[in-house]
Write a protein that binds this ligand. Structure first.
Ligand SMILES: NC(=O)c1ccc[n+]([C@@H]2O[C@H](COP(=O)([O-])OP(=O)(O)OC[C@H]3O[C@@H](n4cnc5c(N)ncnc54)[C@H](O)[C@@H]3O)[C@@H](O)[C@H]2O)c1
Length: 383
């Protein structure tokens, strides 16, 4: 059986540890690898890479992982695949080194802090011909898989709009510790919700609707001061909320208006931490991470506006659950499995550095739109 050695950089971090090591690579290893189309299997062998030897050793022992190192360069040299989930600003250097040595690459988003760097990485991918996968986890979530199925089945008729709500309250860190890393709130360390989330929204919009043509955004820092991991107060220099409007064109040429609010300063009155509502001439659907509910044209009630009377319609009850009709595994794991099959087959992965560059572009132009107070067109990226 073939075994792929994967250097996992940044594996002591939140995403690297929880989603990639614990929810993806270890379960893949423990299930005996990934099955290939011919029935054979490919196994994975993680190598934990980071700066803190004690933490790495502890994780390795806890999860029965044989190899760990603090030497990123030697880990890259010895690997078949280099994975990166360290801080965003360090990513271009790590990925370039790996690709130049002919290593396949799997990486968290955003791939870079600037569009120029993201395009440079996409060029390097094209030049070296290695297989590269960039995390597009939201498209593998059960809720969005169901939403995409409704689009494919023509459920919506002509799609008119999409509205998304993402966010939750991130504690400031004084009376209760913050539940996200402090660098997320410092622009100088690569933080900011626009940089973080617009690259997701780009592939979500592309994956559900079509090409994003323009962006109009208002980004703000609602909470000006926070407390870091050591309890020290710091100035929040990065945006913690972004209110965006996007013009999207479907493959059939229809124009769709998408609005997505992203905020770490909002309290949740929703069923899930992110929800997208799509409205079309023939039906509507609301998808979260896991669930998707739909309402067909023929089930649509006819509310009449009358503020003098209490609401009598049970609006939420008028939607029908969309079934999964399949066993939808953890989204991060599903994408890893697809990527590993692509590596073995020697073919490109469908979500690569060019798609990631479009995500970085949307974030960059979203920030520009907010700074200049205007709508910004999104040019096509050519390599
Ligand atoms: N796909 C998603 O939904 C999603 C969600 C959150 C974050 N992310 C991305 O994942 C990445 C990591 O985010 P996180 O929330 O896990 O952050 P984190 O702060 O928890 O982890 C960052 C990791 O980088 C390491 N690191 C920090 N400074 C370093 C340095 N100078 N040299 C080497 N390593 C260093 C840390 O030790 C840690 O292992 C970011 O790029 C972020 O944008 C993706």
């Amino acid at each position: 059986m073939t075994t792929l050695r994967i250097a996992m950089n940044g594996v002591t971090g939140r995403m690297g540890y929880r989603q990639h090591l614990v929810r993806s690579i270890l379960p893949i290893r423990d299930q005996g690898g990934v099955t290939l189309p011919d029935g054979s299997r490919v196994q994975v062998e993680p190598v934990l890479v980071g700066r803190n030897a004690d933490k790495l050793k502890e994780l390795a022992t806890l999860h029965d992982v044989e190899h760990w190192t603090t030497d990123l360069d030697s880990a890259i040299a010895d690997a078949d695949i280099v994975f990166d989930a360290a801080m965003t600003n360090l990513r271009p250097t790590t990925l370039s080194k790996a690709m130049r040595q002919g290593k396949h690459v799997y990486t968290e988003k955003p791939t870079a802090e600037t569009l120029d760097e993201a395009i440079e990485l996409a060029r390097l991918q094209a030049e070296t011909g290695v297989t590269v996968g960039v995390v597009h986890d939201k498209l593998y979530l059960p809720g969005l898989v169901k939403l995409r199925r409704l689009v494919d089945e023509g459920f919506f008729g002509r799609i008119l709009s999409l509205r998304g709500e993402f966010g939750y309250w991130v504690f400031e860190g004084d009376s209760q510790p913050a539940q996200r890393p402090s660098w997320n709130y410092r622009a100088e360390d690569g933080g900011g919700i626009t940089t973080d989330m617009f690259c997701h929204w780009n592939y979500v919009l592309e994956g559900i609707l079509g090409q994003v043509k323009t962006v109009t955004a208002k980004t703000v820092t609602h909470i000006p001061a926070r407390w870091d991991e050591s309890g020290k107060e710091y100035v929040a220099t990065a945006d913690d909320a972004a209110y965006g409007i996007f013009d999207v064109t479907t493959p059939g040429g229809d124009d769709v208006v998408a609005q997505i609010n992203s905020s770490w300063a909002v309290r949740v009155f929703r069923d899930e931490l992110v929800e997208f509502q799509v409205d079309g001439t023939h039906g509507s659907a609301v998808a979260g991470l896991r669930e998707c509910r739909a309402q067909h044209r023929s089930h649509t009630p006819k509310p009449v506006w009358n503020p003098d009377l209490p609401v009598t319609e049970p609006f939420r009850d008028q939607w029908l659950e969309v079934p999964a009709n399949a066993d939808l595994d953890n989204g991060f794991k599903l994408q890893w499995e697809e990527f590993l099959r692509d590596v073995v087959a020697g073919r490109p992965h469908r979500y690569d550095l060019l798609s990631a560059a479009r995500g970085v572009q949307l974030a960059e132009l979203g920030l520009k739109s907010s700074a200049e107070g205007r709508r910004v067109d999104i040019p096509e990226i050519t390599l």
